[in-house]
Design a protein around this ligand. Sequence first.
Ligand code: ADP
Ligand code: MG
Length: 293
Amino acid sequence: AIPLVVAINTSLAAQNGMLVRDRIAMEEARNLDAIIFDKTGTLTEGEHGVVDMATVDGVDAEDALALAAAVESDSEHMIARAIREAADERGLTPPDASGFEAIKGRGVRATVEGDEVYVGGPNLLTQLDSAVPDHLQRFADEAGQNAQTVVYLVREGELVAAFAMADVIREESFRVVDALHDLGIEVAMLTGDSQDVATAVADELGIDTVFAEVLPEDKDEKVQELQDQGKLVGMVGDGVNDAPALTRADVGIAIGSGTDVAVQSADVILVQNNPLDVVRLVKLSTASYRKMQ
Ligand code: ADP
Ligand code: MG
C-alpha cells in the first residue's frame, strides 16, 4: 500500500506546484524543526533599486555610477541589473570594460580605461582589504539600519563610492514566518548580505535565527550548525550559491524558476515562486503521512 500512498501524495504535490525529487524528504518535511530561507529573492523581491549614493572627494556621483554600470555590464546578479538600470535612467553611458570576472558571493571585477575596478559588498572589501573612509562608513551604517544593501566601487585599490540599494520584503514572507511558527518550526535566514540588512529584515519578519555575511562556500556549514543541535533542517533557496546548502539540508527546497544547479540539488522544487508553498509542503507532508499510519 505504501507505493500507492506515495504516488497519491506525489501527484497531490504536483497539483500544488511541487515537484518531488526525493520522496523520503517529502515524508520528512512534516518533522522539520527548523527551516532556513535564503534572503535575497526568496524572502525579498530581489529587485533592488539604487536609492542613494556617496563618493569620496573629487569623484562625481554620476561618473561613479557609470563606472559601476560598466563593471556590472556582464553580470546577471540582481544588484548588477539595478546598477545598470540606475545608470540608464540617468541617461549615463557606461565606459567600455573588459576582463570581467565574477567573484562569487562578493562582487565583480573588470578593467575599465586601464584601471582595475571592483563592485561588491562587504565581503569584497574584506577580501581586498580596502579602507573605508569615515563618511562612506556613516553612509553605509545609515543605509544598513534602513535595511538597504550597500555595494562599493573600488578603483585601483581605492574605495571611491558606495551605493545604497533598497529591496522589498515580499508580502507573503510575513505569513510564511507566522504560519511556520504556528507549526512549531524555527525560522532562520541565510544571506551573503551585511549583518545590518539581515538583522533589519529578520526583525521585521520575526525571524528567529540570522546568518549574515556568509560566503557561498560556507552556506552549507550553517545548515550543519543547526543539524548539530539535533534539529531536522529544511533549506529554501534559488541560487547557484544555495546548492551545497540545499544538498546538506534534510529537506532541500528550490523555489521559483531557480537555477539549474539549485533545482538539481533540491529534494522538492516549488514551481510557483511563492514562499507560502513551503508551508503548504509541510502541511501536505503531515496530512499524507498521517493517513498512512
Ligand atoms: P545572497 O546570499 O543574498 O543571495 P549572493 O551570495 O548572491 O547573495 O551575494 C552576496 C553578496 O555579494 C551580495 O549581497 C553583494 O554584496 C555581493 N555581490 C554578489 N554579486 C554581486 C554583483 N554582481 N555586484 C555587486 N555585488 C555583488
Ligand atoms: Mg540568493
